[in-house]
Design a protein around this ligand. Structure first.
Ligand SMILES: [Zn+2]
Length: 334
């Protein structure tokens, strides 16, 4: 090798050549400290072939615009797949190991928020509330998460008839729902069975984890992690802003059908409750809070309930009967 008139000899095995990477300068490392920077040339690879395949791939990629575009698309696709599949999968795995205290904190904070904005103390007579709480206790007896459940009532003139389950098993029913079903208490029990389904499948905690993970992941992607510091404050808000997926609703419905069967009730009660809610709300959505607007009684869900009850679609047995006004109570439930 010639360098300013000086000639040096090296064995090829002693030399290392930096891999070819697009049009970058190649570096030939000599034994000891020395190195030479060389313009890329096909000759270099002939003299000192680089054995690594990966380097060859990297070079190929570097030289192709389509590969760069492809990588961009793959990244976007990866992010989409992550949010669509990986995140729910992780939330599903994590939810069962979340400490009970965490479920409690998130639920209490969400409830405090709702009490502050949408809900008022129940105006139902205390004995009516107690009677329904006993029915709910009976319904949830023997379930894996039996000890978590509690049922409370709230007046919600703006929200209307509704029920929801928080991540710790606290189920809330509005006075308006109790009034809507009137003496047809079986329908209310069917709705409660659905809420128990959400809790047994840990939908609340899964939703809380998923919606908060979105903040963390978005923070990493866009380099702004300031939002994650106050996550403990924002989880309840995020939870209320996100609704259950259709899959969650179907899963809770199926659970309810099984539970009703077990209690010698019928999924037809659920079909009637859904129909009654549909008739009340018409095309209107269930209020502004997503978490509470996730029970849109779709035709598909009514049909599934009828099928589970062994009824033909639209069977009169699955049609809600009118409510006697004056709020007369019936002891037909139990
Ligand atoms: Zn639901």
């Amino acid at each position: 090798m010639d360098s300013e008139g000086e000639s040096m000899e090296f064995a090829a095995a002693e030399l290392t050549l930096s891999p070819r990477l697009g049009r970058t300068v190649r570096v030939l490392r000599l034994p000891g400290e020395g190195q030479l920077q060389l313009a890329d040339s096909p000759l270099l690879d002939q003299w000192l072939p680089t054995p690594s395949r990966i380097e060859g791939w990297a070079d190929w990629l570097e030289r192709r615009r389509s590969a760069a575009i492809g990588a961009g698309i793959a990244t976007v696709l990866g992010v989409v797949l992550f949010f669509e599949f990986a995140l729910p999968w992780m939330a599903n795995r994590l939810a069962p190991v979340m400490p009970r205290a965490m479920e409690r904190t998130i639920s209490d904070q969400a409830m405090a928020l709702l009490d502050h904005t949408q809900l008022q103390p129940s105006k139902l007579p205390a004995e009516r509330r107690l009677a329904l709480q006993l029915v709910f206790k009976d319904l949830t007896r023997g379930l894996p998460r039996e000890l978590d459940y509690r049922l409370s009532f709230r007046d919600a003139p703006e929200l209307g008839p509704n029920a929801f389950a928080l991540p710790d098993g606290h189920v809330v029913v509005t006075d308006q729902l109790v009034q809507l079903v009137g003496e047809h208490e079986d329908e209310l029990v069917a709705v409660l069975a659905h809420e128990a389904g959400h809790h047994e499948h840990r939908h609340g905690m899964r939703q809380a984890l998923q919606s908060s993970a979105v903040v963390v992941v978005a923070g990493f992607l866009f380099g702004d992690l300031s939002g994650t510091g106050s996550l403990s404050v924002s989880i309840p808000v995020l939870l209320l802003e996100s609704g259950f997926s259709r899959d969650h609703e179907r899963e809770a419905d199926r659970f309810a059908f099984g539970l009703l069967d077990k209690h010698r009730r019928s999924p037809a009660d659920f079909a009637r409750a859904m129909r009654r809610l549909s008739a009340h709300y018409g095309e209107r959505d269930f209020g502004a809070i997503s978490y509470l607007s996730t029970h849109p009684p779709s035709a598909e869900r009514v049909e599934a309930a009828e099928r589970a009850a062994g009824l033909a679609p639209g069977d009169p047995a699955a049609m809600p009967a009118p409510v006697e006004r004056k709020g007369k109570k019936s002891s037909s439930g139990g």
